[in-house]
Design a protein around this ligand. Structure first.
Ligand SMILES: Cc1cc2nc3c(=O)[nH]c(=O)nc-3n(C[C@H](O)[C@H](O)[C@H](O)COP(=O)(O)OP(=O)(O)OC[C@H]3O[C@@H](n4cnc5c(N)ncnc54)[C@H](O)[C@@H]3O)c2cc1C
Length: 553
């Protein structure tokens, strides 16, 4: 058993206030940048499997990174709507070890059953599992429904070529879709370079223009022809028109009751796990466990300097965001889930200019969510799916309408009824994709909220008079972009890989479109490498490039 003594702390006040933690007489320390899924997974794995003590430095006052839960006047908001599912057994088990799967109905199942005489249970609940009506520490099993709102009508997502879709589209568009699809199958796009090429070669030009172009350009703010095809490949690999048709046929004959989704193409997954109180609950629980086992989490502090010697990172300096006080902390291992661009800047002049050039050219897409609490929605539940208060059953809706900037709308009631303080109200999130510093980003909160309400009112999704409460959240760097200097990212990777004790993990940490499970797997693999003495980082970089780790959103 390792005996840990308190570190000796020396304080200096020139050139800036700095505190040095001397870790001698202690075990090894891993300094982890970021308390998102990647950083917390790395820390949890270390406290569970090694004697290495993790110290996490987190920029904000929140646990969970992009996967945090915001609480506003008793209502909980998920930034983006986080499904918990993975093709990796390791991740699926990991999550359930922290929050066990429900063993009894949730609030809306109970109420729906009473109100609508629900005919069948859609998933087997875990026998002996916790009851969400009695405990918070529980993972719910939820059904996924997301549709596209376009021409003030609902379309299935993924787009299924059924009668409803065809009648919504009208005959002229259908003929165009049909012929452009046949055309691309006969004359395939030879060189699939851009996202436009990717979509067109998969779906034909008319289907691409109808359902993919506008939404994708809302997300990225640049034309699809300027985005690398990789993003599409990761997002909807394997999904094709023929598969969409097949899936529609199969689901008529099959009762889909399993959450084992290994053989399902990701875009078609129909069930997912979800913590009762939102994704942040998972990560707050993990943070508590890390602290219980001797790990440390330093909040509201930004890592600003990373010092290296030879092939080693020796220490980092972080700055308290409130006091400005700078603190130096040394360690044997360093994990970074902070944006690669900021990491390279923090490394200073030692970084070769070729690496700095690529890193300065990395781009990101930022995100604003407006939470609205409403008496009711204007759109009606015209499906046969029974819901509480007859709310539309979607978890989220893609807003394809061209006249508005809103990209997606989350309906938090349908993620977990426990996110909403008063279940008779509709609690929604309106998602806007933007760039830090642009017109949307700079708008005052009140003006933005009014603008968002007007948009939804104009497309007849809500009546503005029904809004009871609102909140606005800005999230920088939600999407690492696959344009800018991304195509030369290898230059950065080759440099950071030379630093033996530095592990780049996670989403912005690797500038990769990683979901929670991929972020976690990068962290787990990095810890495995430390334990086994594996020096190469190839196995970390290969996560989410293989078929098994595809993801969609
Ligand atoms: C709209 C949207 C929907 C999504 N839906 C899903 C989904 O359905 N399922 C799913 O699994 N995933 C989903 N994701 C992805 C998921 O949010 C991310 O994969 C996950 O949060 C990444 O974890 P991470 O730890 O790598 O990074 P992050 O969550 O970004 O965490 C990084 C942390 O580092 C901190 N940090 C940054 N800079 C510094 C610094 N200088 N010093 C100290 N700390 C710093 C940040 O504050 C942050 O807390 C979605 C993402 C978005 C944007």
């Amino acid at each position: 058993m390792l005996i840990r003594r308190k570190p000796v702390i020396l304080k200096f006040y020139y050139p800036y206030s700095i505190t040095i933690h001397l870790n001698f007489a202690m075990g090894k320390t891993a300094v982890i940048i970021g308390a998102g899924p990647a950083g917390l997974t790395a820390a949890y794995e270390l406290v569970k499997r090694t004697d290495i003590r993790p110290v996490i430095i987190e920029l904000t006052n929140d646990i969970g990174g992009i996967s945090k839960t915001i609480v506003h006047n008793g209502n909980r908001m998920d930034i983006g709507g986080h499904r918990f599912f993975s093709k990796s057994d390791i991740v699926m088990k990991w999550w359930q070890e922290i929050l066990p799967v429900q063993g009894a109905d949730s609030k809306d199942d109970l109420l729906t059953e009473i109100t609508y005489r629900k005919k069948q249970t859609q998933v087997k609940l875990s026998p002996g599992g916790p009851d969400p009506e009695k405990t918070d520490r529980v993972m719910l099993i939820r059904s996924r429904l997301s549709r596209v709102f376009f021409l003030k009508k609902f379309f299935d997502y993924p787009i299924t070529l059924n009668f409803k879709t065809l009648s919504n589209l009208g005959i002229i568009r259908i003929i165009k879709i049909f012929f452009t699809y046949i055309w691309v199958k006969i004359f395939p796009v030879r060189n699939v370079r851009s996202l436009e090429d990717f979509f067109t070669s998969r779906f034909g030009s008319e289907l691409y223009k109808t359902f993919f172009r506008d939404y994708t350009e809302k997300v990225w703010g640049v034309p699809c022809r300027e985005i690398a095809a990789d993003w599409g490949a990761q997002r909807i690999k394997e999904l094709s028109v023929s598969q969409a048709l097949l899936h529609a046929l199969r689901s008529i004959f099959r009762n889909e009751s399993s959450i084992d989704q290994k053989n399902t193409v990701t875009s078609l997954i129909e069930k997912f796990m979800y913590p009762k109180l939102g994704p942040g609950q998972m990560w707050e629980t993990v943070a508590g466990m890390i602290k219980e086992r001797g790990g440390k989490i330093i909040m509201n502090s930004s890592v600003v300097v990373i010092n290296t010697r030879g092939d080693q990172v020796t220490e980092i300096v972080y700055q308290d965001n409130t006091t400005g006080e700078r603190t130096r902390i040394s360690g044997e291992y360093f994990f970074s889930s902070m944006p690669v661009k900021d990491l390279v800047r923090a490394m200073g002049d030692k970084v070769p200019s070729s690496v700095r050039n690529v890193s300065e050219g990395l781009q990101y897409r930022d995100f604003i969510t407006v939470g609205l609490l409403l008496n009711k929605l204007k759109i009606k539940n015209e499906t046969r799916i029974p819901t509480l208060n007859d709310l539309v059953p979607d978890n989220w809706i893609y807003i394809q309408e061209r006249d508005v900037k809103v990209g997606r709308m989350q309906i938090f009631n349908n993620w977990s009824p426990y996110l909403v303080a008063d279940i008779s109200k509709a609690w929604i999130g309106l998602e806007y994709f933007c760039n830090e510093g642009d017109q949307l980003w700079e708008m005052k909160d009140g003006d933005f909220i009014n603008f968002a309400i007007r948009e939804l009112d104009s497309i007849e999704v809500i009546d503005k008079e029904d809004v009871i409460d609102s909140v606005l959240i800005r999230m920088p760097k939600t999407y690492p972009a696959y344009f800018g200097t991304y195509s030369r990212f290898n230059v950065i990777r080759e440099y950071t890989d030379t630093l033996e004790n530095l592990f780049l993990i996670g989403r912005n940490g690797m500038h990769k479109y990683n979901n929670q499970d991929h972020s976690m797997l990068t962290a787990i693999t990095a810890v495995n490498n430390i334990i086994t003495g594996e020096k190469s980082k190839d196995n970390i970089w290969s996560i989410n490039t293989e078929d098994d780790y595809q993801e969609e959103k």
